[in-house]
Design a protein around this ligand. Sequence first.
Ligand SMILES: Cc1cc2nc3c(=O)[nH]c(=O)nc-3n(C[C@H](O)[C@H](O)[C@H](O)COP(=O)(O)O)c2cc1C
Length: 187
Amino acid sequence: MPEPEFPERPALAALRARRSHSRVTEEAPDREELEYLLSAMSSVSDHSALKPWRIIEIRGAGREKLGKALAKANGTSKDKGIAKAMRAPLVLAVVVSPKKSSKVPYWEQESVASAVAHYLSLLLHEAGWGTMWRTGDAARSKKIRKAHKLEKHEQLLGWIYVGGVRERDRRVKRRKPLDMERHLSRM
Ligand SMILES: Cc1cc2nc3c(=O)[nH]c(=O)nc-3n(C[C@H](O)[C@H](O)[C@H](O)COP(=O)(O)O)c2cc1C
């Protein structure tokens, strides 16, 4: 089917070009850039504006701590756990931090945190960084909860691994077109 002739728009272009990067270089956005990108999250659709999310920035020695926790949670060697955490210079743990509300159930609040993870990944991609959202069986384990100092009511949505894009990964990945019969219907 020919592409419809819509004018190109930055959000559309960024989303179409987005891809995950399982391997990245040792460069990473600094705290200032991270704050700048995160400041846009005030625009995420959010019932009652509860802001039910937070991000934990994991770099340097923090990655070692994460790696040890991953090893314990997965029952693997310390080295294997640390190697996992070292796959990117910056790891962002995305936390659903639900607020008490008679109007907004947990699932709606998790949707907001999930949107933050998606938008943040997209903005990082647009800024030229490589990202990959990862979870795994350990993500909701007690050991991982403890390492992240999660409160009882909080849940981890996974980690966004962030780093520089390798030269060989710079080309835009072609995607299979979506089947609109399946994804768009009418009532
Ligand atoms: C909530 C969530 C958790 C994910 N966990 C993993 C994971 O643990 N391991 C993995 O290889 N991919 C995981 N993925 C998928 C990757 O982030 C990525 O989307 C996938 O490799 C496809 O690449 P693409 O984003 O370029 O299409 C997860 C995605 C989401 C949304």
